[in-house]
Ligand binder design. Sequence first.
Ligand code: ADP
Ligand code: ZN
Length: 610
Amino acid sequence: MSTPLTAKQEQALHLLQTVFGYPAFRSQQAQIVDHVVNGGDALVLMPTGGGKSLCYQIPALIRQGVGIVVSPLIALMQDQVDALAEVGVRAAFLNSTQSFEEAMRIERLMRAGELDLVYIAPERLMTQRCLELLSVTPLALFAIDEAHCVSQWGHDFRPEYIKLSVLHERFPDVPRIALTATADQQTRDEIIHRLQLENALQFVSSFDRPNIRYQIVEKANGKKQLLDFIQAQHSGDAGIVYCLSRKKVEEMAEFLNENGITALPYHAGMEQSERYRNQARFLREDGIVMTATIAFGMGIDKPDVRFVAHLDLPKSIEGYYQETGRAGRDGATANAWMAYGLQDVVQQRRMIDESEANEAYKRILGAKLDAMLGLCETLNCRRVHILDYFGQQSEACGNCDTCLSPPISFDGSVAAQKILSTIYRVDQRFAAGHVIDVIRGIDTDRVKQWRHDQLSTYGIGSDKSEAEWRALLRQMIALGLVAVDYENFSSLKLTEDSRAVLRGEAKVQLRQYKKAEKAVKHKRQSAKDFAEANLDDLEQKIFERLRWWRVETAKAHNTAAFIIFHDSTLREIAKAKPRTLEDLRGVTGVGAKKLESYGEELVGLIAEFL
Ligand code: ADP
Ligand code: ZN
């Protein structure tokens, strides 16, 4: 038997249902809300799409005063505030994009306690003016979003975040809730330490995102492979393609557009106005592919991103997981796809080597990269590997490439010896391309010039293709059996560990090379298919009509379509075919305010079909 709810818990559930239109709390939301409503501090670790926002939005509605949300994402504040306005929550933001008059107006409302939530960028918050404003504002709570930004070792470090401990010192009685999707222990400890959250209750949710399928493929021709992947599995879907350099971002956008896929570039080197414009289009229009550097995406909560593709190797599993986590926030099936090759390993190692960082920092970067390489080369379930990295045990998932078509491992000791002894015989002075030419017995000019066709290892590996040798060499570099000397033309070197393999004292287990397969068409799983699979003909017609209505409505409100209703809500309406407002009230995602704004219109629309 469950214990009866307290009055405040009743109130929280009631707000969830009537304001947000959701029938029940997810995972730990109820406990978190309850804790913060009662004035406790909290540290919330939840994967992207897990539902962090409600954890502070509902307490802010219940507690007296204004909830202050610290967020580094100025570009998204407008959408966040719009979305809240749609459900009837009094929200606003303070940031550098608004006029002085507008800021004055918001400040006045804050002092009067006439707002539920105010989003503020950390640099703004730390100004004397803002701190004074807060001291005369009735405060419900502080929510510190993207709290991992305090971590100096992390990939999103924001120096202003470190100063946020001031909030605790100045306003000791106001509860604080820090939220992040980055969960490794080091980041967690840093958040607690830097924000003085030693007494906060920690809420760690499962980090699994079961609807995301992980795939890491051998890179042959990355561009072409990406195009095949999108055409076969994601035509018409929204997605994000991550590339390392600005130049590559531009090239990829162009390439995709030439091939009939609407793609927009995004990187830090672009004009700010153009970046914002592209981001806004990505959020508001259906089916746009964003090609971007990792500058793009933090806080992007577009729910229907159907795939995230990586054409370059991320620097860490944290980065990879955060980036791929932007797919499938609506819970429908999504793909995380990556093409990875020898060049990626070499490039990332070189970037660390050549960076200005001190040795200690380089060691951390190196360890993070090694963990990422471990994920790429694993013979086991990708998800098990990722979750294990975040300290969570799990079983093989059945929804990643290694589960779906298990790689074959083989005793690669002999192949490894061929590589190592060739590296040794060319005096550790040549890069991968030449070493592989020698192994395969190709008589290039350079081979002849150095008389490497006289070596005993010349041609001992003519049975394998160049791509195969590259794949083997890549694994050996990832395993630390071969080193790359970036200061000397990327020549290959032996390492401490390679000697034992050369002498036959240690065995090497390698992953058998799999030729890049053409993506198969039948595995389509786009949002549209997902909907189609669940709706009958009439329902599908209604759904399409509703989507069309949503486009018009979003345009009229100058907002994003998903702020009006998610696909999942439209789908549910199409299935339920409500005849009355009362029927419509029961649909997930339809709260009181939206019922009032759109109810009549929707019931009228449905009536045309019945
Ligand atoms: P996060 O900030 O953790 O990435 P969000 O707060 O943006 O996630 O929530 C992700 C999605 O899940 C949003 O579309 C949100 O409306 C939805 N959601 C959150 N909580 C619930 C719930 N209890 N029931 C149904 N949908 C929910
Ligand atoms: Zn798996």
